[in-house]
Design a protein around this ligand. Structure first.
Ligand code: NAX
Ligand code: K
Length: 556
């Protein structure tokens, strides 16, 4: 599947509005195509017509639902529609009338749903318009789809989500559902989500991949994103994502060629310096060094302090070693232009990382700053001064919080409810606290702040490329370009030392001359591809050894 363009909900609305204003298409056409695409995807996966319940919300997502109902009925399905008693927008109103000519509409309530749901449920309640917590009744419907009712646990039929599971914020992937915002209860998990034109960020971040099931992106005839206004100004930065399962990296748009030219020299592929730390901590840097070699750097030098050198003998013999004691020595080393990239942080020690950071930044050399180098950066009196767009910061959420505490706080989940007090005297205070908490959650408004927003702000603030690690890794450059790398299918990648390997792969690609955003994104891809290829039972040492196989699979 490869790198795919990803939109925010505002961008998607902008695109639809532009297409309609340009006269290329009407809203009704788009809705018809959207509903037909969902019905088509259902018929592909469930070829035998059965009984389906279609849940239609108050807006255009509901409009799509009425189209799905009509198409499935025409294909021989027994269709039951639950809808809302409201006057939707003009397009959805037309689709509602067209359905009403074929069949009835019962009120959309959890009780009605519980009676007879059939073989399949289509969730067309809310889509990109989901901006506030579900009200009580819709929260009950949502919980029913998640297998929970007030009286018993049910096994609901498979759910097909139109655009998104209703309750998911399509910008952040965070949950906006719950009874008046209260989290808890069973979250619905769709078997299939059909979205339109492009994935939205919320399909790939946080809960999006967990709740959405298989994601199908249906073409509804919109033009490929012209992210420019009438004056030719870019009005939106591009976000690309790798979706699971990725296929042929080589053919993908926006990717730097990974193969090496025939007849090239080792220095053509760059020389990477991997800084190691004091005795006893060398394993992390050795993992990075091995990964940089396997990622294709022409030469890799591991640089521990002189008194820790003994620990670093042994394979791989392809690795060079050189003692590096202090900042002055690093400044001298960086005088050699052939040394193209540096990896600072894994197993380095915070004090040493802080010392070496200064000559490294002063050299302007492409660099990966990971682990201890990030801690040193967070404590640095000069803050982000001297960082540049050739730097790649690779924080996990804890490190991100140390570097950008205000941005991390905006990603925090809503507070938990206050705990019930042990003594009856405190009951009144607790009841008030509970009400305040409920109100705060009910007042939540989407779109919620996302990991994509946070990484973009962090990159703009620091002037460096920021790779925020997770199963939904987000990579952002200071100019606003971003990549999302989804690795929900390889949970075994969360293992000790895996981050050191990632830092090494990126350093290797930087040494090969990859631009920093491309090196970081390609590194995240190769790292997950290596884990996927190995399978469960993986330890970090296995990752570099899988890279040759990954390259072979890519046809390089
Ligand atoms: N605009 C278009 O031309 C197209 C839209 N399409 C569909 O339209 C959807 C977006 O439609 P809408 O913008 O009407 O939005 P939705 O249908 O997602 O939401 C409907 C309305 O519900 C309200 N709402 C939001 N949260 C609520 C809550 N918790 N409780 C009660 N009401 C709530 C909103 O104010 C919104 O007006 C997409 O997800 C997609 O399914 C597709 O048909 C493709 C074309
Ligand atoms: K939906």
């Amino acid at each position: 599947m490869g790198w795919t363009e990803v939109l925010t909900t505002a961008e998607m609305r902008g695109l639809e509005t532009a297409a309609m204003a340009g006269g290329a298409v009407t809203g009704l056409d788009l809705m018809e195509r959207a509903g037909a695409a969902v019905a088509g995807a259902i018929r592909l996966r469930w070829p035998k017509a059965g009984r389906v319940t279609v849940l239609c919300g108050p807006g255009n997502n509901g409009g799509d639902g009425y189209v799905v109902a009509r198409h499935l009925a025409q294909a021989g399905w027994q269709v039951r529609v639950l809808g809302m008693d409201n006057a939707p927008g003009p397009d959805a109103a037309v689709m509602k009338r067209r359905w009403a000519a074929l069949g009835g509409i019962e009120p959309l309530t959890a009780a009605a749903l519980g009676k007879e749901a059939g073989d399949l449920v289509v969730d067309a309640i809310f889509g990109t318009g989901m901006t506030r917590p579900l009200d009580r009744e819709m929260a009950l419907v949502s919980r029913w789809m998640g297998g929970w009712t007030p009286v018993r646990t049910v096994t609901p039929p498979p759910v097909v989500a139109v655009d998104a599971v209703s309750g998911l914020c399509l910008d952040s992937g965070a949950w906006l559902g719950g009874v008046r915002g209260e989290p808890g209860g069973s979250l619905p998990r769709a078997a299939l989500t059909v979205t339109f034109h492009a994935p939205k960020a919320g399909h790939l971040l946080e809960l999006g991949p967990v709740l959405g099931g298989e994601l199908v992106v249906a073409d509804i005839g919109l033009q490929t994103t012209p992210f420019r206004d009438a004056e030719g100004q870019i009005w939106s930065e591009r976000t690309l994502a790798v979706m699971v399962p990725p296929r042929h990296l080589r053919q993908d748009r926006g990717l730097h060629p990974l193969g090496k030219r025939a007849g090239s020299h080792k220095f053509d592929h760059g020389h990477a310096l991997i800084v190691a730390g004091t005795a006893g901590q060398g394993g992390a840097a050795r993992l990075s060094a091995r990964a940089a070699l396997r990622a294709g750097a022409g030469l890799v030098t591991l640089a521990p302090p002189a008194d820790a050198m003994a620990e670093h003998f042994g394979p791989p013999d392809a690795l060079m070693r050189r003692a590096l004691d202090d900042a002055a020595a690093l400044a001298r080393l960086l005088g050699d232009d052939r040394l193209r990239a540096v990896c600072l942080g894994p197993g380095c020690g915070t004090g040493r990382a802080a010392d070496l950071l200064e000559p490294l930044l002063a050299s302007g050399r492409p660099a990966v700053l990971d682990a201890d180098a990030l801690t040193a950066l967070a404590r640095r009196p000069a803050g982000f001064e001297g960082l540049h767009k050739g730097c790649v910061l690779t924080p996990h959420m804890g490190e991100f919080r140390r570097l950008f505490p205000d941005l991390a706080a905006r990603l925090d989940p809503p507070p938990r409810p206050p705990a019930r007090p042990p003594s009856p005297e405190q009951e009144i205070a607790w009841t008030i606290a509970l009400q305040t908490w409920r109100q705060a959650l009910a007042d939540m408004r989407g779109p919620l702040y996302s990991r994509l927003d946070a990484a973009r702000e962090a990159a703009a603030r620091s002037g460096a490329v920021v790779l925020l690690k997770g199963p939904d890794t987000v990579i952002a450059a200071p100019d606003g370009q971003a990549r999302i790398h989804s690795a929900f299918d390889v949970p075994w990648l969360a293992t000790a030392g895996a981050g050191d390997v990632l830092a090494g792969i990126i350093a290797g690609l930087l040494a090969r001359g990859f631009p920093s955003l491309v090196a970081a994104a390609t590194g995240a891809f190769l790292h997950a591809a290596a884990a996927r290829r190995f399978g469960p039972g993986l330890i970090a040492d296995d990752l570099p050894e899988q890279l040759p196989g990954v390259f072979r699979d890519l046809g390089l």
